[in-house]
Design a binder for this molecule. Structure first.
Ligand SMILES: [Cu+2]
Length: 502
């Protein structure tokens, strides 16, 4: 590739030519305009709410605004208590929270608390829309352990466009375990939230949500990475270690994260909280919806860049996927330089990462009383879809319907959910109201960084992933929770189902 050529342009110029002919030409994409990282990363404000009679209350406003992603250019966006994205909401295990969410937008919206165990009426999915001008006030107890969660719009058929515009933010939950661990925990100094996204900008600086037929299938990805809404940002490093709270908040892009010099790092937490022990690695696959906390070492005066690299020889492309599948997967995995780290002349020393982080419940599939299968399909993929016939996104043959409850699950019963990907694309599968555990991928035990609490799991083409799932705490025979692909275009197109807990 030429230095200024994006992966996508490279693909368009070569192996994807056949697909391009089918999908039609795409609007020209800009190469990254500058090679320098010259803007300090925006650190979202922390919002700990207000304690009122023992309840932690947050006041949130869904609003439209203008954001200056590029100097001197105002871009129309949406945000929560701001013009793009929202504050980092901070709360503790065991306390009761309440949110007053006011929708000042001209369109209906929702706010979903991704990863949290909570009553179905407070989930913020498609069944809890907030009318323009309306206020929604869910309240629930925090059952989850210390973790990095997030919140985002979950409006039926409009999740993709609303998250694209900026309706998302991070949640940090603290507890006694996180209090006691000797790990970096000074927010914005050695404990850095990084919301990873990409957006497609027009030459006038606008980033409208205009998904072509190709985008609706492949997922909407951009030509410009945004980190906490900052273009080509840097992070000043003043300590020997940084803890990075990574959230893939992209609509569709799957980032294979690595540092430009190939250095290793340790992952200390997955979606739902700390791993049992740190997992050393040099590449971290993070799909939309997933979070990971990592700790990285730095030496004085150095500069290193966090990148999204090609998946390379990783698994996937299962039987019968052929070349088209591989190309679809390549397109799901853009290659970007994301953020530069600049170490100071002197770095404050920090303690070594503890060998043991948390006590995770032991799991065994013998605990399970029932097995359910979820078949992810893109019917009509292939020649018919490419010619504009067929198509659609289904789970067990059905596209999402608000009035159809697909599964009824008993409270407190352990089940095995088998997620089977019959299509040519990677699907990150998310289940509301639970933190599950991976049993195996095609019979192979999960890697150490996937052995902890998860609410979103990557399922490769042709793969069968088995999860141990349980729903504690709440029943509601009327109101369902969702399970869905977290590629937002796939979710909006029907790759979503509903379950109740009784
Ligand atoms: Cu999908």
């Amino acid at each position: 590739m030429k230095p200024n050529q994006t992966r996508r342009e490279f693909l368009l110029g070569s192996t994807a030519l056949a697909l391009t002919l089918f999908f039609g030409s795409r609007e020209p994409l800009h190469a990254q305009s500058s090679s320098s990282f010259d803007t300090p990363v925006a650190i979202p404000p922390e919002d700990g709410g207000t304690l009122v009679d023992g309840v932690r209350e947050f006041t949130l406003s869904l609003q439209s605004g203008k954001t200056e992603f590029f100097e001197g250019v105002q871009t129309d966006t949406m945000g929560i208590n701001g013009s793009y994205l929202g504050p980092v909401l901070r709360m503790r295990t065991g306390e009761t929270v309440r949110f007053d969410v006011t929708n000042t937008l001209a369109i209906e919206s929702t706010l979903h608390w991704h990863g949290l165990n909570l009553p179905a009426s407070t989930d913020g999915g498609p069944h809890q829309p907030i009318e323009p001008g309306g206020t929604w006030s869910p309240s629930f107890k925090i059952h989850d352990v210390a973790s990095t969660m997030w919140y985002h719009s979950h409006q039926l058929h409009q999740t993709a466009s609303q998250v694209w515009a900026g309706l998302a933010g991070m949640i940090i939950i603290d507890d006694e375990v996180s209090d006691d661990l000797d790990i970096p925990s000074t927010y914005g100094v050695d404990d850095i939230p990084l919301v990873l996204q990409d957006r497609r900008f027009n030459r006038d600086g606008s980033m409208p949500y205009e998904a072509s037929m190709h985008d609706e299938m492949a997922g909407m990805s951009g030509n410009v990475p945004l980190i906490n809404g900052t273009v080509r940002p840097y992070v000043d490093v003043s300590t020997e270690k940084l803890r990075l709270r990574l959230l893939n908040g992209a609509n569709a892009s799957i980032y294979n994260l690595a540092f430009s010099d190939g250095r290793s790092f340790v992952q200390i937490a997955s979606d739902g909280g700390f791993l049992g022990q740190p997992a050393e690695m040099s590449e971290l696959l993070l799909a939309p919806g997933e979070r990971a906390e990592i700790i990285v070492d730095f030496t004085q005066n150095e500069r290193v860049i966090l990148e999204s690299k090609a998946l390379g020889g990783r698994r996937g492309g299962g039987q019968g996927m052929g070349m088209g599948g591989g190309m679809m997967m390549a397109e799901q995995n853009p290659q970007f330089q994301l953020v530069e780290f600049r170490a100071a002349d002197t770095l404050e020393p920090l303690a070594e990462v503890p060998d043991k982080l948390a006590e995770l419940p032991r799991i065994s599939e013998t605990q399970a009383t029932k097995t359910r299968e979820f078949l992810l399909e893109m019917p009509g993929m292939g020649p018919l879809r490419m010619l504009g016939m067929g198509g659609g996104f289904t789970i067990n043959g059905n596209a999402m319907k608000m009035r159809r409850v697909d599964e009824v699950v008993k409270l407190g019963e352990t089940e095995i959910w088998e997620i089977v990907n019959a299509g040519p694309m990677i699907h990150p599968f998310h289940i509301h109201n639970t933190q599950f555990r991976l049993l195996d991928r095609d019979g192979l035990l999960p890697g150490p960084n996937e052995a902890g609490l998860k609410d979103t799991v990557v399922v490769f083409p042709g793969e069968r992933v088995r999860l141990l799932v349980r729903f504690d705490h709440y029943t509601d025979p009327e109101r369902p929770y969702m399970y869905h692909c977290h590629i937002l275009e796939h979710e909006d197109a029907g790759m979503m189902g509903q379950f109740t807990v009784v």
